[in-house]
Design a protein around this ligand. Structure first.
Ligand code: GLP
Length: 243
Protein backbone atom coordinates (compact mmCIF):
# COMPACT_ATOMS: atom_id res chain seq x y z
CA UNK A 1 0.00 0.00 0.00
CA UNK A 2 1.18 3.47 -0.94
CA UNK A 3 0.14 6.43 1.23
CA UNK A 4 0.63 9.94 -0.18
CA UNK A 5 -0.01 12.74 2.30
CA UNK A 6 -0.58 16.11 0.63
CA UNK A 7 -0.56 19.62 1.99
CA UNK A 8 -3.98 20.43 0.59
CA UNK A 9 -6.83 19.44 -1.72
CA UNK A 10 -5.16 21.00 -4.78
CA UNK A 11 -2.05 18.86 -4.26
CA UNK A 12 -4.20 15.75 -3.75
CA UNK A 13 -6.03 16.40 -6.99
CA UNK A 14 -2.71 16.84 -8.84
CA UNK A 15 -1.34 13.55 -7.47
CA UNK A 16 -4.52 11.70 -8.43
CA UNK A 17 -4.50 13.29 -11.90
CA UNK A 18 -0.91 12.14 -12.45
CA UNK A 19 -1.90 8.52 -11.73
CA UNK A 20 -5.09 8.62 -13.84
CA UNK A 21 -3.22 10.23 -16.75
CA UNK A 22 -0.60 7.44 -16.59
CA UNK A 23 -3.31 4.76 -16.90
CA UNK A 24 -5.06 6.68 -19.69
CA UNK A 25 -1.95 6.50 -21.84
CA UNK A 26 -2.07 2.70 -21.95
CA UNK A 27 -3.83 0.79 -24.73
CA UNK A 28 -7.66 0.64 -24.28
CA UNK A 29 -7.75 1.91 -20.69
CA UNK A 30 -10.67 1.08 -18.39
CA UNK A 31 -11.19 3.39 -15.40
CA UNK A 32 -13.73 3.22 -12.59
CA UNK A 33 -14.87 6.65 -11.42
CA UNK A 34 -16.43 7.81 -8.16
CA UNK A 35 -18.76 10.63 -7.19
CA UNK A 36 -18.76 12.86 -4.10
CA UNK A 37 -16.79 16.00 -3.32
CA UNK A 38 -13.42 14.21 -2.95
CA UNK A 39 -12.75 13.56 -6.68
CA UNK A 40 -14.13 16.86 -8.06
CA UNK A 41 -10.66 18.47 -8.02
CA UNK A 42 -9.26 15.46 -9.90
CA UNK A 43 -11.97 15.83 -12.55
CA UNK A 44 -11.15 19.53 -12.97
CA UNK A 45 -7.48 18.65 -13.49
CA UNK A 46 -8.38 15.97 -16.05
CA UNK A 47 -10.51 18.48 -17.96
CA UNK A 48 -7.54 20.90 -17.87
CA UNK A 49 -5.22 18.23 -19.27
CA UNK A 50 -7.72 17.55 -22.07
CA UNK A 51 -8.02 21.26 -22.89
CA UNK A 52 -4.22 21.52 -23.02
CA UNK A 53 -4.24 18.60 -25.47
CA UNK A 54 -2.28 16.40 -23.06
CA UNK A 55 -5.01 13.78 -22.62
CA UNK A 56 -7.28 12.03 -25.07
CA UNK A 57 -10.46 10.44 -23.73
CA UNK A 58 -11.64 8.90 -27.02
CA UNK A 59 -10.40 5.37 -26.24
CA UNK A 60 -11.37 5.38 -22.56
CA UNK A 61 -14.01 2.99 -21.17
CA UNK A 62 -15.47 3.94 -17.77
CA UNK A 63 -17.54 2.28 -15.06
CA UNK A 64 -18.98 4.29 -12.20
CA UNK A 65 -19.26 2.87 -8.72
CA UNK A 66 -22.85 3.56 -7.80
CA UNK A 67 -26.20 5.31 -8.26
CA UNK A 68 -29.17 6.14 -6.06
CA UNK A 69 -32.23 3.91 -6.49
CA UNK A 70 -35.30 5.80 -7.68
CA UNK A 71 -33.56 8.81 -9.22
CA UNK A 72 -33.94 9.21 -12.96
CA UNK A 73 -30.56 9.57 -14.68
CA UNK A 74 -31.38 13.21 -15.48
CA UNK A 75 -32.26 14.08 -11.86
CA UNK A 76 -29.96 16.85 -10.70
CA UNK A 77 -28.68 14.74 -7.78
CA UNK A 78 -28.25 11.53 -9.77
CA UNK A 79 -24.68 10.30 -10.03
CA UNK A 80 -25.20 10.12 -13.80
CA UNK A 81 -25.82 13.87 -13.83
CA UNK A 82 -22.85 14.40 -11.48
CA UNK A 83 -20.45 12.64 -13.85
CA UNK A 84 -21.78 14.38 -16.95
CA UNK A 85 -21.58 17.82 -15.30
CA UNK A 86 -18.23 17.36 -13.57
CA UNK A 87 -16.33 15.43 -16.23
CA UNK A 88 -17.85 13.67 -19.23
CA UNK A 89 -19.57 16.68 -20.86
CA UNK A 90 -16.22 18.52 -20.98
CA UNK A 91 -13.96 15.94 -22.65
CA UNK A 92 -13.93 13.92 -25.89
CA UNK A 93 -15.18 10.70 -24.33
CA UNK A 94 -17.28 8.33 -26.44
CA UNK A 95 -20.48 8.21 -24.34
CA UNK A 96 -21.19 4.67 -25.55
CA UNK A 97 -18.13 3.63 -23.52
CA UNK A 98 -19.44 5.32 -20.34
CA UNK A 99 -21.18 2.97 -17.88
CA UNK A 100 -23.04 4.34 -14.87
CA UNK A 101 -25.34 2.11 -12.80
CA UNK A 102 -29.04 2.63 -13.40
CA UNK A 103 -31.21 3.47 -10.42
CA UNK A 104 -34.49 2.73 -12.21
CA UNK A 105 -36.04 -0.24 -14.06
CA UNK A 106 -35.24 -3.92 -13.42
CA UNK A 107 -32.40 -3.43 -10.96
CA UNK A 108 -31.59 -7.10 -10.36
CA UNK A 109 -31.17 -7.67 -14.10
CA UNK A 110 -29.15 -4.49 -14.34
CA UNK A 111 -26.70 -5.65 -11.64
CA UNK A 112 -25.98 -8.87 -13.55
CA UNK A 113 -25.55 -6.95 -16.81
CA UNK A 114 -23.14 -4.49 -15.18
CA UNK A 115 -20.87 -7.28 -13.97
CA UNK A 116 -20.91 -8.78 -17.50
CA UNK A 117 -20.02 -5.44 -19.04
CA UNK A 118 -17.05 -5.02 -16.69
CA UNK A 119 -15.85 -8.52 -17.53
CA UNK A 120 -16.28 -7.95 -21.27
CA UNK A 121 -14.17 -4.77 -21.07
CA UNK A 122 -11.23 -6.83 -19.82
CA UNK A 123 -11.58 -5.56 -16.24
CA UNK A 124 -10.98 -2.22 -14.55
CA UNK A 125 -7.36 -1.00 -14.76
CA UNK A 126 -7.79 1.70 -12.13
CA UNK A 127 -10.66 2.28 -9.71
CA UNK A 128 -11.00 5.69 -8.07
CA UNK A 129 -12.63 5.63 -4.63
CA UNK A 130 -13.79 8.16 -2.08
CA UNK A 131 -14.70 6.97 1.41
CA UNK A 132 -17.70 7.47 3.67
CA UNK A 133 -17.33 8.54 7.32
CA UNK A 134 -18.33 4.99 8.26
CA UNK A 135 -15.71 3.47 5.94
CA UNK A 136 -18.10 2.74 3.09
CA UNK A 137 -16.63 2.42 -0.39
CA UNK A 138 -19.01 2.90 -3.30
CA UNK A 139 -22.20 2.44 -1.33
CA UNK A 140 -21.01 -0.73 0.41
CA UNK A 141 -22.13 0.00 3.94
CA UNK A 142 -20.80 -1.77 7.07
CA UNK A 143 -21.90 -5.42 7.05
CA UNK A 144 -21.88 -5.93 3.26
CA UNK A 145 -20.08 -9.24 2.56
CA UNK A 146 -16.62 -8.99 1.02
CA UNK A 147 -17.72 -11.42 -1.73
CA UNK A 148 -20.45 -9.09 -3.00
CA UNK A 149 -20.76 -8.13 -6.65
CA UNK A 150 -22.91 -5.28 -8.06
CA UNK A 151 -26.02 -5.23 -5.88
CA UNK A 152 -28.75 -3.14 -4.26
CA UNK A 153 -28.08 -1.78 -0.76
CA UNK A 154 -30.00 -0.01 1.98
CA UNK A 155 -28.16 3.18 2.91
CA UNK A 156 -27.07 3.70 6.52
CA UNK A 157 -28.66 6.52 8.51
CA UNK A 158 -25.18 8.12 8.73
CA UNK A 159 -24.80 8.08 4.93
CA UNK A 160 -28.29 9.52 4.40
CA UNK A 161 -27.47 12.25 6.89
CA UNK A 162 -24.05 12.99 5.28
CA UNK A 163 -25.53 13.12 1.76
CA UNK A 164 -28.57 15.22 2.76
CA UNK A 165 -26.40 18.33 2.21
CA UNK A 166 -27.03 17.88 -1.52
CA UNK A 167 -30.84 17.69 -1.21
CA UNK A 168 -33.44 20.24 -0.05
CA UNK A 169 -34.40 18.02 2.89
CA UNK A 170 -33.27 14.72 4.41
CA UNK A 171 -36.62 13.15 3.40
CA UNK A 172 -35.62 13.57 -0.26
CA UNK A 173 -32.42 11.50 0.08
CA UNK A 174 -32.96 8.04 -1.48
CA UNK A 175 -32.72 5.21 1.05
CA UNK A 176 -31.33 2.62 -1.38
CA UNK A 177 -28.59 2.51 -3.99
CA UNK A 178 -27.09 0.24 -6.65
CA UNK A 179 -23.37 -0.22 -6.08
CA UNK A 180 -20.46 -2.23 -7.37
CA UNK A 181 -19.77 -4.84 -4.69
CA UNK A 182 -16.63 -5.22 -2.61
CA UNK A 183 -15.51 -8.10 -4.83
CA UNK A 184 -16.08 -5.96 -7.95
CA UNK A 185 -13.91 -3.20 -6.48
CA UNK A 186 -11.20 -5.60 -5.28
CA UNK A 187 -11.01 -7.15 -8.78
CA UNK A 188 -9.71 -3.82 -10.17
CA UNK A 189 -6.07 -4.04 -11.15
CA UNK A 190 -5.20 -0.89 -9.18
CA UNK A 191 -7.08 1.37 -6.76
CA UNK A 192 -6.64 5.01 -5.75
CA UNK A 193 -8.61 6.21 -2.73
CA UNK A 194 -8.91 9.97 -2.20
CA UNK A 195 -9.88 11.44 1.18
CA UNK A 196 -9.72 14.91 2.65
CA UNK A 197 -10.95 16.57 5.83
CA UNK A 198 -10.96 15.68 9.53
CA UNK A 199 -14.32 13.92 9.24
CA UNK A 200 -12.53 11.14 7.29
CA UNK A 201 -9.59 10.71 9.72
CA UNK A 202 -11.07 7.81 11.71
CA UNK A 203 -12.19 5.92 8.59
CA UNK A 204 -8.69 6.38 7.12
CA UNK A 205 -7.04 5.11 10.31
CA UNK A 206 -9.30 2.04 10.23
CA UNK A 207 -8.63 1.51 6.52
CA UNK A 208 -4.89 1.24 7.15
CA UNK A 209 -4.56 -0.07 10.71
CA UNK A 210 -7.93 -1.48 11.69
CA UNK A 211 -8.78 -5.17 11.61
CA UNK A 212 -10.01 -6.36 8.21
CA UNK A 213 -13.71 -6.55 8.96
CA UNK A 214 -16.98 -5.97 7.15
CA UNK A 215 -17.77 -3.48 9.95
CA UNK A 216 -15.35 -1.12 8.17
CA UNK A 217 -15.73 -2.00 4.46
CA UNK A 218 -12.63 -0.02 3.39
CA UNK A 219 -10.42 -2.19 5.65
CA UNK A 220 -10.61 -4.91 2.95
CA UNK A 221 -8.38 -2.67 0.82
CA UNK A 222 -5.42 -3.76 3.01
CA UNK A 223 -5.60 -6.99 0.99
CA UNK A 224 -5.33 -5.29 -2.41
CA UNK A 225 -1.91 -5.64 -4.11
CA UNK A 226 -1.93 -2.19 -5.78
CA UNK A 227 -3.57 0.40 -3.54
CA UNK A 228 -2.66 4.10 -3.24
CA UNK A 229 -4.24 6.38 -0.65
CA UNK A 230 -4.07 10.11 -1.43
CA UNK A 231 -4.84 12.10 1.71
CA UNK A 232 -4.74 15.65 2.92
CA UNK A 233 -3.19 16.52 6.29
CA UNK A 234 -6.51 16.37 8.11
CA UNK A 235 -7.63 13.02 6.75
CA UNK A 236 -4.16 11.70 7.71
CA UNK A 237 -4.21 13.30 11.18
CA UNK A 238 -4.82 10.05 13.12
CA UNK A 239 -2.04 8.11 11.41
CA UNK A 240 0.93 7.37 13.70
CA UNK A 241 3.43 8.91 11.26
CA UNK A 242 1.57 12.22 11.55
CA UNK A 243 1.50 12.26 15.35
C1 GLP B 1 -21.08 8.84 -1.37
C2 GLP B 1 -20.58 7.95 -2.50
C3 GLP B 1 -19.20 7.44 -2.23
C4 GLP B 1 -18.30 8.58 -1.80
C5 GLP B 1 -18.83 9.16 -0.52
C6 GLP B 1 -17.97 10.26 0.06
O1 GLP B 1 -21.67 8.16 -0.34
N1 GLP B 1 -21.43 6.85 -2.74
O2 GLP B 1 -18.70 6.81 -3.40
O3 GLP B 1 -17.01 8.10 -1.61
O4 GLP B 1 -20.11 9.71 -0.82
O5 GLP B 1 -18.33 11.51 -0.46
P1 GLP B 1 -17.47 12.82 -0.31
O6 GLP B 1 -16.32 12.67 -1.23
O7 GLP B 1 -18.39 13.92 -0.74
O8 GLP B 1 -17.10 12.92 1.11
Amino acid sequence: MNVIICSDYEQMSLEACRIVAGVMRKDKPVIGFATGSSPIGLYKKLIGEYENKKLDFSCLTTFNLDEYVGLDKNHIQSYNNFMMTNLFNHVNIDKSKVHIPSGTGDLEAFCRLYENEIEKSGGIDLQILGIGRNGHIGFNEPGVPFGSKTHIVNLDADTIEANSRFFDSIEEVPTKAVTMGIRTIMNSKSIVLIANGAQKAKAIYNTIYGPVTTECPSSVLQLHPDLTLILDDQAASMLPQKK
